[in-house]
Design a protein around this ligand. Structure first.
Ligand code: DX5
Ligand code: ZN
Length: 224
């Protein structure tokens, strides 16, 4: 099933609840929350207090994408604040299996993320325990960047491995997903589509979400 996960990074934070509501009216079913620490990525965003407020503003699952060094000490805080899904980067986890299990112990869905330069092979030993794999299609840190087409083969590979080994993870894509790139990512196998600027940029978030989902769903019908 194709799902749209608008990234609040591109939204107007002074009207966060309204923005999320507009995107939900347009068919969004997950809310993507970008957490940045100024170390792993060259930008700072938000933490558990914003997740806690957002929890009061929507019933949709909150998908917390942690772009932070040493995420383990923060997992319980995000879970208590209301995160439903928590994803960590392969590049920062020295004990990836431990971190993913820690997320699951907090009753959250556990996801692993790979940067554009990180191969799928680095996930070989954890694919049986993750709920979703997030393929970054831009270098993390900022919204509004250009989609990197060289990442598409990783979505295809993840879909192939899942079919071959009978795993159940879902494939998520993040970065530069818009009307002109969504067809390619869906055809490559992505099911959870994160989009920031394409939803909260120009125009109305409801209409933008509808347009993106329409394009994604028609591409998924053509998927072989
Ligand atoms: C980038 C973030 C993305 C970002 C996507 O580091 O992880 O979620 O908000 O923004 P767009 O859709 O504008 O590329
Ligand atoms: Zn993200």
């Amino acid at each position: 099933m194709i799902e749209l996960a608008p990234s609040i990074l591109a939204s107007d934070f002074a009207h966060l609840a309204d923005q999320v509501e507009r995107a939900t009216a347009g068919g969004a079913t997950v809310i993507h929350v970008d957490v940045m620490d100024g170390h792993f990525v060259p930008n700072l965003t938000l933490g558990p207090p914003v997740v806690k407020s957002l929890r009061q503003a929507t019933r949709l699952p909150l998908d917390c994408h942690l772009m932070i060094e040493n995420p383990d000490p923060f997992i319980s805080e995000f879970a208590e604040a209301g995160a439903d899904w928590i994803s960590v980067h392969q590049e920062v986890c020295r004990h990836l299996n431990r971190t993913l299990n820690l997320i699951k112990e907090h009753n959250c869905r556990a996801g692993v993320v790979i940067n554009p330069a990180t191969p799928v092979d680095t996930l070989f030993e954890v694919l049986d325990i993750v709920d979703h794999v997030l393929v970054m299609s831009v270098n993390p840190g900022f919204g509004g960047q250009k989609f990197i087409p060289g990442t598409l083969h990783k979505m295809r590979k993840l879909a192939e491995i899942r079919a071959a080994r009978g795993y159940h993870y879902r494939i998520e894509v993040d970065g530069g997903v818009a009307v002109d790139t969504v067809v390619d990512v869906v055809r490559a196998g992505a099911e959870i589509l994160v989009a920031g600027s394409a939803v909260f940029g120009k125009g109305d978030a409801k209409a933008n979400a509808q347009l993106l989902l329409e394009a994604a769903r028609s591409a998924s019908l053509q998927r072989v």
